[in-house]
Design a binder for this molecule. Sequence first.
Ligand SMILES: Nc1ncnc2c1ncn2[C@@H]1O[C@H](COP(=O)(O)OP(=O)(O)OP(=O)(O)O)[C@@H](O)[C@H]1O
Ligand SMILES: [Mg+2]
Length: 237
Amino acid sequence: MEEAPEMIQEEAIQTDTKLILIENAMIIQGENIILDKVSFQIGAGEFVYFLGRTGSGKSSLLKMLYADLPFEGEAGMVAGYDLKNIRSREIPLLRRKLGMVFQDFQLLTDRTVAENLHFVLAATGWRDRQQMSDRIDEVLSITGVLHKKDKMPHQLSGGEQQKVVIARALLNNPDLLLVDEPTGNLDPQSSEEVLNTLVALKNSGKTILMATHDMLVVEKYPARTLWFNDGRVTDNQ
Ligand SMILES: Nc1ncnc2c1ncn2[C@@H]1O[C@H](COP(=O)(O)OP(=O)(O)OP(=O)(O)O)[C@@H](O)[C@H]1O
Ligand SMILES: [Mg+2]
């Protein structure tokens, strides 16, 4: 029999640094309660899946975490920000502490990989051209696509594009990465490469939340899983 794959993180999480603490939250989209009585905590350095069927509320919960949906509930802390009392001018500061890898936040098609990343640096206050260029090289080499730096997005495979999107999320060195369906449109080999990239980031100390309905990925890379079903979120730990 094949050995079960190793858990991405087997040992108990020993940490006082809760990056996320949610207590008794309700997630509402339009008129509908999508999730209710949601409580969980995530410590620094964890890798956690949000797993559930399409429409079960994974992306909605991620939206709540980056303050794109209003917080309803008893307590909501993300990266030191209190979602209950966050002011609108603080939201960009919260988001700067998060790296976001989302399907509806893809590369700009009219410029190269490096220009895409430069655009984000410029928008987040970087000015020194040399520092910007060095940082772009750094994050592209972390995700293994430095050699694609001067290519246009359409010249990259889906997996390579996703690695560039992950690199872009790393630019401002966030502690926490929110990743939504990173393997959605990828073949198994590219999915595996993207997962290897995420696991390497986890091993370098990043905290990663990844929404997926890709059971193959979860079986191959087992980790703590929050399971979205019937309007509730349950934890396998
Ligand atoms: N902007 C919106 N307005 C109203 N309802 C919405 C909105 N966005 C999502 N919903 C609804 O909220 C529910 C949860 O959607 P969500 O996108 O969070 O699911 P998901 O688990 O991410 O699904 P998938 O696996 O397909 O990405 C769905 O019923 C969806 O139709
Ligand atoms: Mg979704």
